[in-house]
Design a protein around this ligand. Structure first.
Ligand SMILES: NC(=O)c1ccc[n+]([C@@H]2O[C@H](COP(=O)([O-])OP(=O)(O)OC[C@H]3O[C@@H](n4cnc5c(N)ncnc54)[C@H](O)[C@@H]3O)[C@@H](O)[C@H]2O)c1
Length: 432
């Protein structure tokens, strides 16, 4: 099948490459000239395990192309995937659909024959209806189907999630489009994968409710961690004990610095705003948003408490800056709130991040990137394990921490408090 991915970011690039890998001819397009130029020279703009090799293999086999010529790519394809960003509109908290409609207008002027237009971007309920009405005025008077096929991949595990998904959700009334989508996904629909078809609006909502539910799980366990901290209970035991109940499940039940990234924060805000439009109060999701926003204040207070309020001129080292491991994505990473607050209190920040220095942290005075863990931890007064990268899981902390006064604050509960105590390390985790 000839596919066009509009938007070559985390979703467009990964899903386009995976579709090429199962035998389709895919052209990934983007308005970002630099990105496309880099991709055409073999430079992958994001960090995603396994992606570089897959991109190169599919380019070499002639199934995967990159281009800035959006119009030509649309004209020569049968299925067009809209994979552009839908960030928060800061004024309204709704999803900003500017890029989606820009892409739709491009499709409208290049709809030279029947095509399926698929929204893979996370879009509010009724966006498909709006796209459909824009396309009605296409100059070739071509037929088309607008369907919703939300993407559930997780950064850091994106290829695996795309190739072995729990479910593929397709929202459409069109039998023809459904048949084509089913055949497109056939090679990756395994015994464990359910191909679920529903209405277009239903598919749009499934994506938002899934993210809102996962965000709720995270915020729930984070609040329980606060309770554990003051009642001498280990939150890890609570997570395991609860997670063993199959109705609950163990995933997304690990206490930490709060959810971040490019999806949960913006999608929780967007679903609440969308519901308001329909005069529905999603009070639970609203509380989750507030709870997560409050998380950084709780963590900051905890840092001050364990440092006995002495952070002025102290060196605080962050291990990991991204919002989670195995990605270079800094969008809404918890450290983006913690670091400025600590600088304000006079701290000096050093950080090591496996995917390199971050432009988001460049603007701050007194924030310096270190090239490795030992460089970053040199002379540190407080060591914060912020992201659960594998390379932070086996550190010889006793060797790293030569000065006995160094405090370790493990925001991912990687290490055992008992072992740390045995080694004479001043160690704090989350909820234990
Ligand atoms: N990142 C994730 O883990 C993830 C997972 C599931 C769903 N989603 C959803 O997928 C969508 C895309 O997310 P992302 O993280 O890939 O975004 P991104 O910001 O990484 O990439 C979007 C790309 O679209 C390009 N673009 C914008 N307007 C364009 C246009 N008119 N024509 C061509 N290209 C255009 C941008 O230049 C950018 O490269 C969002 O709605 C997001 O919520 C993301």
């Amino acid at each position: 099948m000839k596919l066009c991915m509009i938007g070559t970011g985390y979703v467009g690039l990964v899903s386009g490459t995976c579709f090429a890998d199962i035998g389709n001819n895919v052209i990934c397009v983007d308005v970002d000239k630099n990105k496309i130029q880099n991709l055409n020279s073999g430079i992958i703009p994001i960090y995603e395990p396994g992606l570089e090799e897959m991109v190169k293999r599919n380019i070499n086999q002639g199934r995967l192309k990159f281009s800035n010529d959006v119009s030509q790519a649309i004209r020569s394809s049968d299925v067009i995937f809209i994979c552009v960003g839908t960030p928060t509109n800061k004024k309204t908290n709704a999803a900003n659909l500017k890029y989606v409609f820009q892409a739709t207008n491009k499709i409208k002027t290049n709809l030279n024959k029947y095509k399926i237009v698929v929204t893979k971007s996370t879009v509010p309920v009724t966006t498909g209806d709006k796209i459909e009405s824009i396309l009605k005025k296409n100059k070739f008077k071509s037929k088309y189907d607008v369907i919703s096929n939300p993407e559930f991949l997780r950064e850091g595990e994106a290829i695996r999630d795309f190739v072995v998904p729990d479910r593929v959700v397709v929202g459409t009334k069109s039998k023809k489009a459904l048949k084509i989508m089913k055949s497109l996904y056939l090679p990756i629909i395994k015994k464990t994968t359910r191909f679920f078809s529903t209405s277009r609006r239903g598919a749009e909502l499934i994506k938002y409710t899934s993210n809102a539910f996962l965000a709720t799980k995270i915020s729930f366990i984070n609040e329980v961690a606060n309770l554990c901290e003051v009642s001498d209970i280990n939150i890890e035991d609570i997570s395991v004990g609860m997670g063993l109940d199959q109705r609950i499940g163990e995933r997304f039940l690990r206490a930490g610095p709060g959810y971040g990234g490019s999806c949960f924060p913006k999608d929780t805000r967007a679903i609440v705003t969308l519901a308001k439009k329909f005069k529905i109060n999603l009070s639970i999701v609203n509380s989750v948003i507030k709870s997560n926003e409050n998380r950084s204040k709780i963590l900051l207070n905890r840092i001050l408490k364990i440092s006995k309020n002495k952070v002025k001129n102290k060196i605080i080292t962050f291990l990991g800056a991204t919002f989670k491991a195995n990605t270079d994505d800094m969008r809404e990473s918890p450290c983006l709130k913690l670091i400025p607050a600590l600088i304000k209190k006079g701290a000096k920040i050093k950080y090591y991040e496996p995917t390199g220095p971050k432009k988001e942290l460049e603007k701050f005075k007194n924030v310096n990137f270190s090239a490795n863990v030992s460089e970053a931890t040199k002379k540190a007064d407080l060591l914060i394990i912020h992201t659960e990268w594998n390379e932070f899981k086996q550190l010889n902390l006793k060797k790293i921490i030569k000065n006995k006064n160094v405090i370790v604050y493990d925001m991912r509960n990687i290490y055992s408090p008992e072992k740390m105590k045995k080694n004479g390390i001043k160690y704090y985790g989350i909820g234990r």
